[in-house]
Design a binder for this molecule. Structure first.
Ligand SMILES: [Zn+2]
Length: 96
């Protein structure tokens, strides 16, 4: 099977239209974003991207997804691990 190439809307490079090179976006026809992973990651790390994330987190939609995340198993697992590490650290410090 021949893999179709997709031109990134930001850097203009043609890359294979697979989730390996492009982040997923369900609302697009091919299920992938217009810009490649490299570009979207660069954007996320820029001040502009960080500002956008901040604004998203303050929006209703962002708050909603944050609540969902807090209630997710992934988060619970993370908290358990974190708590465990914290307790261990406390113990070690107390032993000094
Ligand atoms: Zn790109």
């Amino acid at each position: 099977m021949k893999i179709a190439l997709k031109k990134c809307s930001k850097c203009g490079e043609s890359k294979p239209a697979t989730p390996e090179y492009f982040h997923r976006n369900k609302s697009n026809n091919d299920g992938l974003r217009y810009d490649c992973k490299e570009c979207s990651e660069r954007y996320n790390q820029s001040e502009k991207g960080k500002e956008r994330t901040r604004r998203y987190q303050q929006s209703d939609k962002g708050k909603e997804s944050n609540i969902k995340y807090r209630q997710s198993d992934k988060r619970k697992k993370y908290q358990r691990e974190y708590h465990k590490k914290y307790q261990q650290k406390k113990k070690q410090e107390g032993a000094k």
